[in-house]
Design a protein around this ligand. Structure first.
Ligand code: FRU
Length: 715
């Protein structure tokens, strides 16, 4: 018999009495900063009208203007200080976004010149958003005092800016309200519901002895999202229920009010404890079993195994304690995670780098019959230097070189060495990120002693270089050298063993929202000859999961002639075919507005290939909806859109081609044979497994359309 839900009187909301009206300190709606004093350049001549050039979309501010210190990019610094104010309410509330650099990108409340309150933005790594969220300072103990508000941007480089808006004195807190309550689990399920639009800092967690055992984050969906945790294993235990959310305009807290223990799941059940089957676990993209990962490192092939090292936090779900995690695969699809390879030491934590097979034992590390694999990485201490470690047993155990570092500090936070063997000059060549947009190449006979060869500038890029030769249209006589920055911009040129001579400005290759710090494999056998790349799908969200972040699916790079010159093309490696299950195929399928030939299909994992003829009928758009998320080709604008990003995509002879890989939390699009790559993370509603393909404003034809159901690589 269905038992009645036990409705817990967990969070009783009450109307907040705000007898005194709010006092606006600044809303930054005017043409200039008025009585506020600016120093330096970062704050520009006046409030920004939203997003600044080259900035990700800024959202969450009120009205039209805000303080945005991304003026002329992250390189500028300065301060912005209010006229004196008197503290007359319990709280100072404001909207805040941008970089998390305490003391460097922050907003301070100054009394007698001292910062008595401070707050920073939420971001210190790639992958964050430019959204402003509410903050509140409780200033009840400072009533009647004279104060100044100072907004500081003293940070250059990544997230070196701060965004602030709508500063107000109030007796009501506008920031996130956190409520904590002890609870005994006496039912099988805990049900809760994110109200429409609840996102970001809206969180619910269950903790035992201070450790989270369940955790979920609001996703800001337009519809309410009812979810359930199976808590049967916690039955009889006392747990702490923590809910953090922004109160609704009427002062109520809808998430807290929705929490119920029950013997039935009343929403979509979130699977948390079956490793690699969890609700948001990618099924054919690499994720570590647990904790945070970012860049792929040390991609190298040796003796039948593809090695994938990765930036890993062994102890935390967020970035930190950087250590090289390690996994191997026979086919780039099925991965086995091994022990950590390289751990932090006195020289620092272990940042990104590469790996090579030292076939000729140039470093002298070889002890047995196996060739040594050598990893070249950044020791992220003070200062950052470059070090090496080697393995003589196919990567199972690692020894650090006893005379590390092999390359001393050169500039800034120099890092991310990518090493290749240059056969004509018979030497190792290292591409290294220096500072700002500057990189350099170094040469070495033995991986231990390095000399600077030349400098490389990559306007618009930083971090994680890659450097390799690649044949144009597969013609070995026609080779270009390609220099790559972490954001996927590349320059083509020549390299004579000493100097890289660029022949192009940086060319953009990655158009999606989550694609960063890619590198290509070393030592792919000549008979294979592919240039294979994996990137970090930076910034995806994985609520309630034991891991955080995922890698891209491995892709093959080719350089092909286009009317603009040779351009990089990317396509998923053919090994994906081993996961293909049922095939659904059509040729010459008419697409008409309002019709959906895919309405009978449903699923989570897809490999989709299609060629569309746009026809003469002025079709406005072709739309492929994946679990409610549109992949849209806008014919007039010749642009492809997906998950908030757009890419130019010109039809060729009136046709466009799409290849789309869909995993539980990602959509990777390779358009026109991979000329346009758009890889983005998404967080579909677990209950929505639909597919929809349609034309808008006219008819089009799917000249060919093939959908393969994919199986999981983890089973
Ligand atoms: C890129 C990066 C690298 C650095 C690593 C640290 O995402 O910032 O420059 O080596 O991550 O985890």
């Amino acid at each position: 018999m269905r038992q009645l839900a036990a409705i817990l009187p967990l969070f009783i909301s009450w109307p907040i009495l705000a007898a005194e009206p709010d006092i606006l300190i600044a809303d930054f709606e005017g043409p200039d900063y008025g009585d506020w004093q600016a120093t330096g350049e970062a704050f520009g001549p006046g409030p920004a009208r939203g997003t600044l050039p080259n900035q990700m979309e800024v959202s969450g501010f009120e009205g039209k203007g805000l303080v945005n210190s991304f003026y002329r990019g992250d390189g500028t610094t300065g301060t912005l200080t209010s006229p004196p104010i008197k503290i007359e309410r319990k709280y100072i509330n404001f909207l805040l976004g941008g970089g998390m650099h305490p003391g460097k990108t922050c907003i301070n409340l100054l009394i007698d010149g001292q910062a008595v309150r401070t707050a920073t933005g939420p971001n210190d790594k790639p992958g964050g958003t430019e959204r402003l969220d509410w903050h509140s300072w409780d200033v009840s103990d400072l009533a009647g005092k004279a104060a100044l508000i100072q907004i500081v941007d003293e940070q250059t480089g990544g997230w070196g800016h701060i965004n602030v808006d709508h500063i107000v004195q109030s007796n009501r807190r506008s920031g996130v309200v956190e409520t904590v309550r002890d609870l005994e689990i006496d039912r099988e399920y805990l049900n809760f519901c994110f109200a429409p639009g609840q996102a970001g800092r809206t969180q619910i967690s269950l903790q035992i002895d201070g450790k989270p055992v369940r955790q979920a984050v609001g996703q800001g969906r337009p519809k309410a999202s009812a979810l359930s945790w199976d808590v049967s294993q916690l039955k009889g235990r006392r747990v702490q229920l923590r809910v953090a959310e922004l109160p609704a305009p009427d002062g109520t807290c809808p998430l807290g009010a929705s929490v119920r223990l029950s013997d039935q799941p009343e929403g979509v059940l979130i699977v948390v404890d079956r490793l690699y089957q969890e609700t948001y676990r990618p099924q054919f993209h690499f994720t570590p079993a647990k904790n945070w990962t970012n860049d792929p490192n040390g991609l190298v092939y040796y003796a039948g195994e593809y090695h994938l090292f990765f930036q890993h936090n062994p102890t935390g779900i967020n970035w930190g304690n950087m250590t090289w995690g390690h996994a191997v695969s026979p086919d780039l699809v099925h991965w086995q995670q091994l022990d950590h390879a390289i751990h932090p030491d006195g020289l620092g934590t272990i940042f990104s780098g590469s790996a090579v097979v030292d076939h000729q034992n140039t470093a002298g590390f070889q002890t047995g019959s196996e060739k040594p694999i050598v990893c070249i990485y950044t020791s992220a201490g003070n200062p950052f230097t470059q070090s090496i470690a080697y393995s003589n047993d196919r990567g199972r155990t690692w020894t650090k070189y006893d005379k590390n570092p092999v390359l001393k500090h050169i500039a800034g936070s120099n890092r991310d060495p990518k090493v290749i063997w240059h056969e004509p000059a018979k030497k190792w060549v290292m591409a290294l990120y220096l500072d700002q947009n500057d990189y350099a190449l170094f040469g070495s006979p033995n991986l231990k002693e390095w000399t600077r060869l030349c400098d490389v500038s990559m306007p618009g890029s930083g971090e994680c270089p890659d450097f390799f030769s690649i044949a144009v249209d597969g013609q070995e006589q026609q080779v270009k050298w390609l220099f790559w920055g972490a954001n996927g911009n590349y320059r083509l040129g020549t390299f004579d063993g000493t100097k890289f001579q660029p022949e192009t400005e940086p060319i953009k290759s990655l158009w999606g929202g989550n694609d960063y710090a890619a590198q290509t494999y070393s030592d792919i056998p000549g008979a294979d000859g592919r240039r294979i790349q994996i990137s970090w799908m930076a910034g995806g969200k994985y609520p309630d999961m034991p891991f955080n972040q995922q890698m891209s699916f491995p892709r093959e790079l080719t350089l092909r002639t286009t009317p603009e010159g040779p351009r990089l093309h990317m396509l998923p490696v053919r090994e994906i075919e081993s996961l293909r299950g049922r095939k659904h195929a059509w040729t010459d399928l008419k697409l008409r507005p309002g019709e959906n030939p895919l309405s009978a299909l449903e699923g989570e994992l897809w490999d989709i290939g299609a060629e569309f003829a746009l026809g003469k009928d002025q079709v406005a758009a072709i739309v492929l909806d994946v679990r409610g998320e549109p992949v849209r080709y806008d014919v007039k604008a010749a642009a492809l859109h997906c998950l908030g990003r757009s890419a130019p995509l010109a039809a060729q002879d009136g046709r466009i081609k799409l290849r789309v890989l869909v995993d539980r939390t990602s959509i990777e699009i390779f358009a026109n044979d991979g000329l346009v790559t758009m890889c983005s993370c998404f967080l579909p509603d677990p209950a929505d497994r639909s597919l929809r393909l349609t034309a808008e404003g006219g008819e089009a034809t799917a000249v060919s359309l093939t959908l393969y159901e994919l199986t999981s690589a983890w089973r």
